[in-house]
Design a binder for this molecule. Structure first.
Ligand SMILES: C[S@@+](CC[C@H](N)C(=O)[O-])C[C@H]1O[C@@H](n2cnc3c(N)ncnc32)[C@H](O)[C@@H]1O
Length: 274
């Protein structure tokens, strides 16, 4: 079963509202975004990177100081640019050319160096070499598992021997009940494809209408109304995720839970064998 590609959605987000698409707070909307909000946006990235490195040093690899890093689903560079102040080579990969364009602008504005911005595909065919740190955050959750799981495997493969992976994905939506029977790796059950394109269109219109209604009732009138495509959320079965790590020779990992409005996830931190 194939699920419609989300890549066009991300390009539309990248063109129309890139900062808000990364962190969906009203202050990052195109209409309200100002220099101070951009400052806070990058500060949040700086804090995330500092904390992840601290967890790695405290719980996995004392003194870890990566020379190279890959940030998968880099958006406008919120995390890749703080990584670039610590590593001599950083590669930011994203599927949206407009996100990457904005990331390039941010590189210049912040006078960063050593960063390459690379267009992503399903095999990360444009990424060369291996990395001391491979990182992804709030990205795989937006990619259907049938595409995301092979990407997860490729990300694990891109970690250099002795290097570290810090890979986040979602595994549950609060209120979602997994089926009582059947192997876990089939969870969530495949959603049947929409019967025809008219139905897809009508569903899109209904969802956009619903989101606008919610926005009106929440009284968020100071910010522009929500626009653009819906942001798809997915849950990953954990069996193939753990199998991938074990097959790569990983013997232990550190796990931090994440929760974005009921979408529950894991940040998995692990070291590949030397
Ligand atoms: C919510 S944003 C997070 C950006 C960044 N990780 C951060 O935290 O600042 C998700 C990003 O993933 C990118 N993305 C979505 N699907 C992707 C794919 N298949 N390959 C690479 N990037 C993808 C989107 O274009 C978007 O920039």
């Amino acid at each position: 079963m194939t699920t419609p590609s989300t890549d066009e959605h991300w390009e539309q987000f990248g063109k129309e509202d890139p900062y808000w698409a990364v962190l969906t707070h009203d202050e990052f909307r195109k209409g309200t975004l100002d220099d101070q909000a951009i400052q806070r946006f990058f500060q949040s990235g700086e804090e995330h990177v500092a904390r992840i490195l601290e967890v790695i040093r405290l719980q996995l690899v004392p003194g870890f100081s990566p020379a190279s890093a890959l940030d998968f689903g880099c958006g406008v560079g919120r995390l890749a640019l703080p990584l670039a102040t610590r590593c001599s080579r950083v590669v930011g990969v994203d599927v949206s050319p407009s996100m990457l364009e904005e990331a390039r602008r941010n590189t210049q504005a912040r006078r960063a160096s050593g960063v390459e911005w690379v267009l992503g595909d399903d095999t990360l065919s444009r990424v060369t070499g291996r990395f001391d740190l491979v990182h992804t955050y709030i990205v795989l959750q937006h990619i259907p598992p049938e595409r995301g799981l092979p990407l997860f495997r490729r990300l694990v493969d891109l970690v250099a021997p002795g290097g570290v992976g810090a890979l986040q994905l979602t595994y549950n939506r609060v209120g979602f009940t997994p089926p009582a029977e059947g192997p876990l790796c089939h969870w969530p059950p495949p959603v049947p494809p929409p019967p025809d394109t008219l139905w897809v269109h009508l569903r899109g219109v209904a969802r956009a209408f619903y989101r606008r209604l919610v926005w009106l009732f929440q009284g968020a009138r100071s910010a522009p109304p929500p626009t653009g495509p819906e942001m798809q959320m997915n849950q990953y079965a954990l069996n193939p995720v753990f199998q991938t790590l074990q097959a790569a020779g990983v013997t232990r990992f550190v796990c931090e839970f994440t929760d974005h409005g009921g979408d529950q996830g894991l940040m998995l931190l692990f070291q590949k064998p030397k």
